[in-house]
Design a protein around this ligand. Sequence first.
Ligand code: HEC
Ligand code: HEC
Length: 323
Amino acid sequence: MKRVLKLFLALVVLVGVTAGGGLTWASGKSADLRSRSIAVHKTDFPIPFALDETEVAALGFTPEQSDSAATARAIERGRHLAESRFACTVCHGSDFSGGVMVDVPIMGRILGPNLTTGQGSRTLNYTPGDWDRIVRHGVLPDNRPAAMPSEDFQRMSDQELSDLIVYIRSLPPVDNEVPPVTLGPLGTFLVATGKLPLSADIIGDHLTDHRAEPPPSEVSVGFGRHVAGVCVGCHRADLSGGPIVSGDPSWPPAANLTPHADGLGDWTYYDFVKALREGVRPDGTPMAVPMSDLTAYTRNMTDLEMEAVWAFLRSVPPLPSGA
Ligand code: HEC
Ligand code: HEC
């Protein structure tokens, strides 16, 4: 009996030492990965984008009137983007003063910081280049990779980012100090082993310029492809779906959105709108998290945006579901 107990204790110690050693390795590795310096191109753009000169001349605006009209237009467009497409508020809070991405001890405490101009603001002294780095590259102002899933935003144009910034800056300042990201043991292991890739690594290309403006707002495959730029992070570049690499391991695979029998082959435009506005499939079953959370945003897409995305989804090659 005693011998069995001794053996058992030895085994416990051995497992403990191995796991402890593994954790020490993983902590070092994940700290190295998160303290790397990532080179990102230099970008500059106006905040806000000015009105078109012929527009200003036609309206007979003074320079001041033209500036305030440009700001008002940017706030309006930025609000629509924040409410329909770029779901910043999921993690940064509905008033942008801070929110929760993940707060589970084993995974870590990954909070979205305060983006208002109040106490604890991370963005008070941000330049256009700083906004570009964090939002479209997943890189912090000091060049370290961030824990923000920026792969969903990499296709945003300069004008859309500028509109979002003007909108965020127009919001009431809120005082809220948000603590920095800390990873739990599982989060540390997943980052160290590359199972939870950082968005800066998923994006990969940090040197190609972004488009200055979105394509014209019209029911076209081109505009639809641009709007659907926020769908490909999960549904993949070829839209065939499959497991979500940078997602919560409990999420189901992303659905196939191509016009294949595995995908939206027999869906009508009406089915698509119903899914994105009401969160249910044609057979009445609700879509699971995270798609069900996203419909709080996609439901605010205009009919024109819906029709453009649908035109784009109908134009892609039908593919069986991604593995
Ligand atoms: C899925 C969650 C999530 C979404 C969506 C998200 N963020 Fe973040 N964001 C984070 C997290 C987490 C951090 C902290 C990253 C870190 O410190 O490594 C962060 C950090 C930031 C920072 C501050 C970086 C700094 O200097 O400390 C800015 C600015 C920012 N996000 C802007 C945005 C904007 C704009 C959007 C929408 C286009 C957005 N985020 C969408 C999770 C998110
Ligand atoms: C954060 C990841 C994520 C993003 C971003 C995302 N989706 Fe999804 N989507 C999913 C997942 C996961 C499912 C599967 C849900 C389920 O199994 O219930 C899904 C399901 C769907 C479905 C239902 C398809 C079916 O056959 O059941 C449609 C339609 C859809 N998404 C459209 C979109 C569109 C359009 C966008 C961009 C505007 C988008 N999704 C963005 C993760 C995402």
